[in-house]
Design a binder for this molecule. Structure first.
Ligand code: SAM
Length: 234
């Protein structure tokens, strides 16, 4: 059975898409999406030997070798001209790495209609990249599985900066404009926990004699707490 996390990612892949799953590991997402009748064909990209071999094995086991091409390489380099990829999924990595993969593979994005990204941390880097590169967030999701909280970002080409200007740009980038608008229970739990953690650190810094003015961490965390409060207390 596929994890709730990856099943949620699959739910945002357009019907009949030909998609590339980058950092596919066991190729569970491509196999599932095709067996469920969501996608038509897929590329499973992997940089590391072990996961690349696991992906090949899984695709063979599911008898999907004719519709899933397993390729070894860094990021979007596995996408070739003529693949006609219309969707890219990248899941289970940090936002910084996902951003780097998109940046370094920017030439491969020209025909791509949709990105479905699931950063484990630092979704903010991806939202910033989207804002600077003409990708519009069209949906966001947040789920909890095994006591971990995951965000899913869905984007399509567009000229809008960020949807919903209810909050400041900084708050929208940190928390996600669509998630902040929906304010689900999971979302509220995530940011309440984060904020409590930051407050503890700020208190410790304060007790050690640091201030907002003379300590970068103090300043950064205090600012973040304010952004979260802006949304949660609205
Ligand atoms: N996408 C799967 C998931 O969400 O369950 C696997 C996530 S796993 C934690 C991250 C995978 O990304 C690893 O198998 C790793 O080898 C691969 N990876 C890391 N950097 C990569 C890169 N630059 N290009 C392709 N794959 C990469």
């Amino acid at each position: 059975k596929l994890s709730k996390r990856l099943a949620t990612v699959a739910g945002y892949i357009p019907k009949d898409a030909v998609f590339a799953d980058i950092g596919s590991d066991h190729a569970y997402l491509p196999c599932y999406s095709i067996l469920q009748g969501i996608a038509k064909a897929a590329i499973a990209g992997e940089i590391t030997d072990g996961p690349f071999i696991s992906a090949k094995k899984q695709v063979k086991k599911c008898e999907l070798s004719d519709v899933i091409s397993v390729r070894q390489g860094d990021g979007l380099s596995v996408i070739e001209e003529g693949d006609s990829i219309d969707c890219i999924t990248i899941a289970g990595m940090g936002g910084g790495l996902i951003k780097r993969i998109l940046e370094e593979g920017s030439t491969k994005l020209s025909g791509v209609k949709r990105l479905v990204l699931q950063p484990n941390i630092h979704a903010i880097y991806i939202r910033q990249w989207m804002m600077e590169n003409g990708w519009q967030l069209i949906d966001e999701d947040i789920i909890e599985e095994d006591n971990k909280i995951y965000e899913i970002l869905v984007a399509e080409k567009g000229n809008s900066m960020l949807p919903y200007q209810t909050y400041s740009i900084e708050a929208n980038l940190l928390l996600g404009p669509i998630l902040a608008k929906k304010k689900s229970v999971v979302f509220q739990n995530k940011w309440t926990q984060e904020c409590n953690h930051w407050r503890t650190i700020v208190k410790q810094l304060e007790q050690a004699g640091h201030t907002y003015e003379n300590n970068e961490k103090f300043k950064e965390l205090s600012n973040q707490i304010q952004l979260v409060e802006e949304v949660l207390q609205a």
